[in-house]
Design a protein around this ligand. Structure first.
Ligand code: ZN
Length: 246
């Protein structure tokens, strides 16, 4: 941040991509007007952002929203973060491709073998195309990925009782084949009242959501800084001696 600031002689701010995308969708996309919503992006991994009471929630050190690393299966596949069975090891495009490769190596019949010259070249996109063409294994694995997406969403619904979950990222383009099983499992697992009050929507800004959200974040931060400068009294009160108080 400091390096960029020095290089360009501009004020700089730092925000992670999924949080920025959440803000983009809040200001200009599928979450316009929402007060409590969760943005999730499902691609090679899974990222997220929480908007609570109309504001982005980033936690004590800006780490909140790492939904892809909540544990879904404590004995599941090893994650790049070092833990096992994180949500993104079961419900991302990478997880989908890994499951397909595994089943192909076990000798399951599938047209996927005709689509690529070697097993390791199977990607989520190849699997989606095969499912569209009626391949059973591809369809089954996409539904399984949807199942795990739903398990994670049930956790988020029970934790946050959001009014809206916005789903972005490459896998969201798979549509109902992936998302119908996800919504169904979320409905089966989340508390009834919490599930009834949540709406699902696809992200509307695509790749632009992060850029737009980052710009809005910087704008809001600069406004807040301006306000702080205008209110020296309030600032002093906050930095005052508060030892011994809760
Ligand atoms: Zn992880």
């Amino acid at each position: 941040m400091d390096i960029l600031g020095k290089e360009f002689g501009k004020k700089t701010f730092l925000i992670n991509d999924a949080n920025a995308a959440a803000l983009g969708e809040l200001y200009f996309g599928a979450a316009k007007g929402a007060r409590n919503f969760i943005y999730i992006t499902i691609s090679t991994g899974i990222g997220g952002g929480f908007v609570i009471g109309g504001k982005l929630y980033t936690g004590a050190r800006g780490i909140a929203g790492e939904v892809g690393h909540m544990t879904i299966d404590d004995d599941g596949p090893l994650c790049r973060c070092g833990n096992r069975g994180c949500w993104e090891t079961l419900a991302s495009g990478t997880a989908l491709a890994r499951a397909a490769k595994q089943r192909m190596k076990e000798g399951v019949r599938t047209s996927l073998l005709e689509d690529v010259d070697e097993i390791d070249k199977v990607t989520a996109e190849v699997i989606y195309k095969a499912a569209q063409a009626g391949d059973n294994l591809a369809g089954e694995l996409i539904a399984q990925t949807g199942y795990y997406i739903g398990v994670g969403m049930a956790n988020l619904i029970n934790l946050f009782n959001p009014e809206l979950i916005v789903i972005g990222g490459g896998l969201s383009h798979m549509g109902n084949k992936l998302l119908e099983p996800a919504y169904q499992v979320a409905g089966e697992r989340a508390f009834g009242e919490a599930y009834k009050s949540v709406r699902f929507a696809l992200a509307e800004l695509g790749r632009n959501s992060g850029v737009i959200g980052a710009a809005m974040f910087a704008l809001e931060e600069m406004k807040t800084e301006g306000k702080r400068k205008d209110e020296p009294g309030r600032r002093a009160a906050w930095s005052g001696h508060r030892e011994g108080q809760f």
